[in-house]
Design a protein around this ligand. Structure first.
Ligand code: CFM
Length: 542
C-alpha cells in the first residue's frame, strides 16, 4: 500500500496545485496544509468555492431547514420554494425521533412545501404560502409552523417574515409561526444556514416558557447533537443513568417546548460547535448559562465529557456516580475493542465531512489504533481547524443579522440571583482548562498529516490514488466513486444504515463496523468492464 511515510504526504500539495490554472492554484494552495500541531498553521476556510470545482458542500437552506430545525418533531417545517428543495431534503439525514405516546406529534416523516410554479415566480408566492400555512394548520393543528426560504424566494422578494406575522395574527397568536431567510445562496455553505437557524430559534422560541420540567439536581442542555442513526437515544440513556437531566437537545429527538425551556438549564454542553455555537453564546450572554465543549463520539471522549460535567457541578455525589457508570460501561467497550484491534491496528483513514465530525471521529479511530492521515471540513471555520475558544463567536461572523436586537431581548432573570457572573466565569475557565478540551482538528492531528478545507473531487481522486487509505469517510456523493477506486467508504453523515455511534454502546457499533470494512478486500476485487476487457476507444478529431 502506498502511503507509509510523512514525506510522501508532503508531495500532495504540489502535485495537485500544479495541475490547476494559476488563479485557482493560488487559492487552493491556502486550503491544503501540511499540519504541525506545535505551531498551528493558518488555513483558508469558510470562503466561496471556486466555480467549476466539484465541492462536497451543501447550501444555506440545507444548514437551516435540514440540519438545525429538521430533527424537531412537532414543528411543521414548510419549504417555500419549488418542490425539488423540499423533496431532496426529505428524510435523507437519518435524524431519528421517538414519541412517548400516540398523542405526541411527529411531523418528521412528512414533506411540506409550497411547490412554487412559474406563475408564483412571476406574480409572487406570498398568497400561496399563506394558503399552505392555513392548510397545514387545518390538517395537523401543530404548535408551531416554520417557513424556510429557498433561492427563488429571495430573488423575487417574497417576505416570509411578514407572512409569518400575518398568519400568527390570523390564528390569534395561538400558533407560533416564524420564518427563516435561509435562501440557498445566502452564504458560502450550510454554515450560514446554521447561523440563521440559531438566530431565529433564539428570537422565536428560547426563553418562552419558564416551566422547570423534572426534579433532577443537574440540569443541562445538549447543543449540536442531531440524533443521526439514534445517537441521541444512546446519549439520553447515559445521562439518565448518571442522574443528569437533559432539559433540551438542539435538536436531536427534540420538541418545541424543550427549546422554549432551554433557559432553565444550568449548563450547556456543546458537541458540534460549528452548527450551534451561536445558541450557546446567546444562552450564556442572556441567561448566564455557561457552555463547555464536549465530544460524545468515542468511548474515552464520552467518559471525559461526563467527568467534565461532574467537575462543573462540583458535586461529589455526581462525581462518584459518573465514575461508577464509566467503569460499568467500559467493560463491554474494552472487550469489543480488544476483539477488533488485531484487524484495525496500523490502518490508515481519511476523513472529509461537514464541520465537526472530521475532527470528532478521529477519537474513535484513535481508539481503534487507526491513524488519520488526511482530514478536513466541508464548511468549518478557522476556529474549528485551529482550535480555540472564540469569545464571543456572535461578533465574529459576518453572516449574522440583527444580533444586537436579539441578544438584548431577554434578561438574566433567574440566573442573576443564583450565580454571579464572576462565579460562572471562574467555574467555566476551570473546567475548560483542566480538561484542555477545546481543541480543533489541527491540534489533534500529527505533524505532517494533511489538512484540506473544502476538498474538491479532483483532490479526493488524487488523495486516494497517491496514498491508498484503508478507509475513506465522507458522504453519499463520494461513496461509490471511492469504492470503485478499491477503497471502502463509511458515510459519516448518515452512517449508511448503521449507528448509533455516539456514547459507549455507539463506540462498540463503530468498532465492529469499521473492523469489518477495513478487513474486506471486496472493493479491490471489483473491476470495471474497461479494466478487464479490451474496449474500442473512440478518438475524436479536433
Ligand atoms: Fe455539525 Fe452535524 Fe457536522 Fe453539521 Fe452536516 Fe451532519 Fe456533518 Mo452532514 S450539524 S457540522 S451541517 S455534526 S448534516 S449531523 S454529518 S455535514 S459533520
Amino acid at each position: 500500500m502506498g502511503m507509509k511515510n510523512k514525506k510522501d504526504l508532503a508531495k500532495f500539495r504540489e502535485t495537485v496545485i500544479e495541475k490547476y490554472p494559476n488563479k485557482v492554484a493560488k487559492k487552493r494552495a491556502k486550503a491544503i496544509i501540511n499540519n504541525d500541531p506545535e505551531n498551528i498553521p493558518e488555513i483558508q476556510a469558510n470562503i466561496r468555492t471556486i466555480p467549476g470545482i466539484i465541492t462536497q458542500r451543501g447550501c444555506t437552506y440545507a444548514g437551516c431547514k435540514g440540519v438545525v430545525l429538521g430533527p424537531t418533531r412537532d414543528i411543521v417545517n414548510i419549504t417555500h420554494g419549488p418542490i425539488g428543495c423540499g423533496f431532496y431534503s426529505w428524510l435523507t439525514r437519518r435524524n431519528q425521533t421517538s414519541t412517548t405516546s400516540d398523542a405526541d406529534e411527529n411531523f418528521i416523516p412528512y414533506c411540506f412545501s409550497t411547490d412554487m410554479q412559474d406563475s408564483n415566480i412571476v406574480f409572487g408566492g406570498e398568497d400561496k404560502l399563506k394558503q399552505a400555512v392555513r392548510e397545514a394548520v387545518e390538517l395537523f393543528n401543530p404548535k408551531a409552523v416554520a417557513i424556510f426560504s429557498t433561492c427563488p424566494v429571495g430573488l423575487i422578494g417574497d417576505d416570509v417574515h411578514k407572512v409569518a406575522e400575518q398568519m400568527r395574527e390570523e390564528f390569534d397568536n395561538k400558533i407560533n409561526v416564524f420564518g427563516f431567510s435561509c435562501e440557498g445562496y445566502r452564504g458560502v455553505s450550510q454554515s450560514a444556514g446554521h447561523h440563521i437557524a440559531n438566530n431565529e430559534l433564539y428570537r422565536n422560541l428560547i426563553g418562552n416558557d419558564d416551566t422547570m420540567v423534572g426534579s433532577a439536581k443537574y440540569r443541562i442542555n445538549m447543543l449540536g447533537e442531531y440524533n443521526i442513526g439514534g445517537d441521541a437515544f444512546e446519549i439520553e440513556r447515559i445521562f439518565e443513568k448518571c442522574g443528569i437531566q437533559l432539559v433540551s437537545t438542539f435538536s436531536g429527538n427534540s420538541t418545541i417546548s424543550s427549546f422554549e425551556q432551554a433557559h432553565t438549564a444550568d449548563l450547556s454542553l456543546v458537541m458540534c460547535h460549528r452548527s450551534i455555537n451561536y445558541v450557546a453564546e446567546m444562552l450564556e450572554t442572556s441567561f448566564g448559562i455557561p457552555w463547555i465543549k464536549v465530544n460524545l463520539i468515542g468511548a474515552d471522549s464520552t467518559a471525559k465529557a461526563l467527568r467534565k460535567i461532574a467537575a462543573y457541578f462540583e458535586d461529589d455525589e455526581l462525581k462518584a456516580k459518573v465514575e461508577e457508570v464509566i467503569a460499568e460501561e467500559m467493560k463491554d467497550v474494552n472487550a469489543a475493542r480488544e476483539a477488533v484491534l488485531p484487524k484495525t491496528t496500523g490502518k490508515s483513514a481519511m476523513l472529509f465531512v461537514g464541520g465537526s465530525r472530521a475532527h470528532h471521529y478521529q477519537d474513535l479511530f484513535e481508539e481503534l489504533e487507526i491513524k488519520t492521515i488526511a482530514a478536513g471540513y466541508e464548511f468549518g471555520h478557522r476556529d474549528d481547524y485551529e482550535g480555540r475558544r472564540v469569545i464571543p463567536s456572535i461578533k465574529i461572523d459576518a453572516d449574522s443579522r440583527n444580533i444586537e436586537e436579539i441578544t438584548v431581548k431577554r434578561d438574566e432573570k433567574r440566573y442573576k440571583e443564583r450565580m454571579t457572573k464572576e462565579k460562572l466565569e471562574e467555574l467555566q475557565k476551570q473546567v475548560d482548562l483542566e480538561y484542555n478540551d477545546y481543541k480543533g482538528l489541527m491540534p489533534q492531528m500529527e505533524k505532517g498529516t494533511l489538512v484540506i478545507d473544502d476538498l474538491s473531487h479532483y483532490e479526493m481522486d488524487k488523495l486516494i490514488e497517491m496514498y491508498q487509505p484503508d478507509i475513506f469517510c465522507a458522504g453519499v456523493k463520494e461513496k461509490y466513486v471511492v469504492q470503485k477506486m478499491g477503497v471502502p467508504l463509511k458515510q459519516l453523515h448518515n452512517y449508511d444504515s448503521g449507528g448509533p455511534y455516539a456514547g459507549f454502546k455507539g463506540a462498540i457499533n463503530f468498532y465492529n463496523d469499521i473492523a469489518m470494512m477495513v478487513s474486506t478486500s471486496i472493493w479491490k476485487e471489483v473491476k470495471a468492464p474497461w479494466e478487464k476487457e479490451e474496449m474500442i476507444e473512440a478518438v475524436y478529431a479536433c
